[in-house]
Design a protein around this ligand. Structure first.
Ligand SMILES: NC(=O)c1ccc[n+]([C@@H]2O[C@H](COP(=O)([O-])OP(=O)(O)OC[C@H]3O[C@@H](n4cnc5c(N)ncnc54)[C@H](OP(=O)(O)O)[C@@H]3O)[C@@H](O)[C@H]2O)c1
Length: 324
């Protein structure tokens, strides 16, 4: 089978399309023929081994699991002897996590991992993106922030994968949403449900007088310290991007402030919790309350090109490799 293999950490050119032996499912695994698999910003950070501490679990001098990608959508083509829930022919999507290997024609995943059936109306491309922006933003907004009806939420990076999902989810949870994006994305962010949109090329949101119950900085463009004057008395600043300042601010605000700073890694949560999120997200899509934004589609041999595009930091929503 063909697979996008990372030969060494660094530039997109280090990704090679190789012919390798397809994996064989273990007793508790399913083998999925991949139809669509995303290239996410997190994938590009893993390609660069950033932040450096990620080498502890990615592999110190070279990637331990060198087939790229974690998100997948496709069809089950074989099941291990102990698998009861899934059958050959099922349309499924999910996340291989630290197993990686999803940017390939076939991937093996545990049947009790982050995997679910694709609802009838969803395309493979849409389903492939659900474990990135929608899943992560759902965790941050629903579980970490516990957003309540009428709360005011500021979403920075509102046109990205996490941001485009976050605007819609926050709105669905009854919040009043303000999105921050550039001029070219103002109409998109408004169409996703933002009541107010701040164009960062014209206005510095940190200079504004408004206050928010939640600031979700999806791209870590700001920080708790830069934004805390915009938080209400018990407001929370959250970012999904791991960095030293947010860890220090988390520690400080835990003991010394009613305003809080939060980071979390959604991918490290128990599979059962993530599957619960996916069920809720699927229902929101079925109910027409959440839609997936896909910016560009590439083929598997164009994986390096897709990485270069995601590296620009300008993608709108999601980028997907169409495999089958
Ligand atoms: N912790 C977790 O569990 C977890 C899980 C998944 C992802 N992540 C991380 O989450 C982060 C976000 O990923 P993503 O895929 O959502 O990002 P992304 O899609 O790459 O973000 C790109 C978007 O950001 C916008 N943007 C760029 N500069 C901006 C600025 N100054 N202000 C506002 N918007 C700006 C761009 O719009 P313009 O072109 O208009 O500027 C573009 O639409 C990544 O670092 C990823 O690694 C964390």
């Amino acid at each position: 089978m063909q697979a996008a293999v990372l030969t060494r950490y660094g530039a997109p050119e280090n990704i090679e399309i190789m012919d390798i032996v397809p994996p064989t499912p273990k007793a508790d695994e399913v083998l999925v023929k991949v139809y669509a698999t995303p290239v996410t910003t997190a994938d590009t950070m893993m390609r660069r081994a950033q932040p450096a501490i990620s080498r502890l679990f990615l592999g110190f001098s070279r990637p331990r699991n060198n087939i790229m990608g974690t998100g997948f959508a496709g069809k089950v083509v074989a099941v291990g002897a102990e698998v009861e829930d899934f059958a050959v022919g099922d349309r499924v999507y999910g996340e291989s996590g630290l197993g990686f290997a999803a940017n390939a024609e076939y991937v093996c995943v545990p049947a009790n991992g982050v995997i679910d059936w694709i609802p009838l109306a969803f395309s493979y491309a849409d389903a492939a993106t659900l474990c990135d922006g929608p899943l992560t933003s759902y965790h941050f907004l629903k579980t970490l922030a516990n957003i309540q009806e009428g709360q005011k939420v500021l979403i920075i990076g509102a046109s990205g994968s996490l941001g485009s999902a976050a605007v819609q989810l926050a709105r669905t949870f009854g919040a009043r949403v303000t999105g921050v994006c550039s001029t070219r994305n103002v109409a998109l962010v408004r169409s996703l449900g933002a009541e107010e949109v701040i164009d960062y090329t014209r206005t510095d949101f940190t200079q504004m007088a408004a206050t928010y119950d939640v600031i979700f900085d999806t791209i870590s463009n700001s920080s708790y310290r830069k934004g805390k004057h915009l938080l209400t008395e018990e407001g929370v600043y959250m970012t999904p991007v791991l960095n030293f300042p947010v860890l220090a601010d988390m520690l400080y605000t835990r003991f010394f402030s009613r305003k809080k700073a939060r980071f979390d890694a959604a991918g490290l949560l128990p599979a059962r919790q993530l599957r619960g999120y996916l069920e809720a997200i699927s229902q929101l899509i079925i109910d027409g309350k959440l839609r997936v934004i896909i910016d560009k589609k590439y083929t598997l041999p164009e994986a390096a090109e897709a990485h270069s595009y995601v590296d620009t930091g300008r993608k709108r929503g999601n980028v997907v490799l169409m495999v089958a």
